[in-house]
Write a new protein. Structure first.
Length: 178
């Protein structure tokens, strides 16, 4: 009797009760259930689908969207790991090919100063989320300073420099060999 009295009280204050399809988020199934709808004049932000068939079509679409978002997040995480491997591998391979030079791979802003030899080659890394990331491969000799002007981390830069060079965070100082 309490439920009936509560239902009548609810109806008296301006709401209606109707059967509508609902998605059970625990089992991801469509079920019939009771929903409350206010009968006041305030606009609803979200509206329930027209019928059970519409809800049955919507649920798999929502699940598919959520699944694709999770995969995209995972691919971004995997992409960062691949970028870290890319920068370190390019630096190692270029340094092995040109052992007398300092090598930096960088995709953020930087400043390169000094009278030593330098050669900058740009290359693109195809990221998993559909955009290309441009990296500069900087080959240089002393005397030269390299100052990174953006975020660090192997996903953004890597370097191999000679023993005469001093490094501090995003700063590399390679004085003239003595």
């Amino acid at each position: 009797m309490v439920q009936i009295a509560s239902l009548f009280t609810l109806l008296a204050v301006g709401s209606s009760v109707f059967a509508t399809p609902m998605v059970n988020i625990d089992t991801m199934s469509v079920e019939q259930g009771l929903a409350l709808r206010a009968t006041n004049d305030l606009p609803n932000v979200a509206r329930s689908p027209a019928g059970g068939a519409a809800a049955a079509v919507i649920a798999p679409v929502v699940i598919d969207i959520a699944t694709r978002v999770v995969k995209m997040i995972d691919s971004i995480r995997d992409d960062i790991e691949r970028r870290k491997q890319f920068t370190q591998r390019v630096v190692a391979d270029v340094h092995a090919r040109y052992p007398g030079f300092n090598v930096v791979v960088c995709n953020v802003g930087y400043k390169l100063e000094g009278s030593g030899y330098q050669n900058v080659v740009s290359t693109k890394y195809h990221a998993a989320v559909g955009t290309d990331v441009t990296f500069d491969v900087v080959l240089f000799s002393s005397p030269k300073t390299f100052t990174r002007q953006g975020d660090g981390g192997f996903q953004n830069w890597a370097y191999l420099v000679g023993k005469q060079c001093h490094t501090d965070g995003g700063f590399i100082d390679c004085p003239k060999r003595g």
